[in-house]
Design a protein. Sequence first.
Length: 134
Amino acid sequence: MHAESALPTSVRDIAERTGLPQPYLEQILLALKGAGLVRSKRGVGGGYILAKAPAEIRLSDIISAVDGPITLGDFGQPHQDGSCDHEGQCVLLAIWDVAGHHMRDHLNAYTLESIAAAAHGTGPWPTVDPHHHH
């Protein structure tokens, strides 16, 4: 399932490579197709092909397509109506909101290309920098 010149990959092939059940995989591929990340080709030699270059597909795009918006749980919006009777819960809601933004930013940093490179040992492996503080 690579760039323009590549041939489509069948759902059966993808299922065998990933170990995912075919019906589940078809749901994922339909979601990715709906988000414009893959295209399908019908008929003999048909299957799925990437709709964009791997460098243009972000991990966050894939997750959003399959799971919906990236959030750390649905805790509502802090101070939506300008009042606070949550005994400090609004602070926690704000913290979760900020954490969700950090998570989205982090997932935006990975592309299909960088993930494939890490998996094949030709690119850096994602690690936590113990000296990184905000």
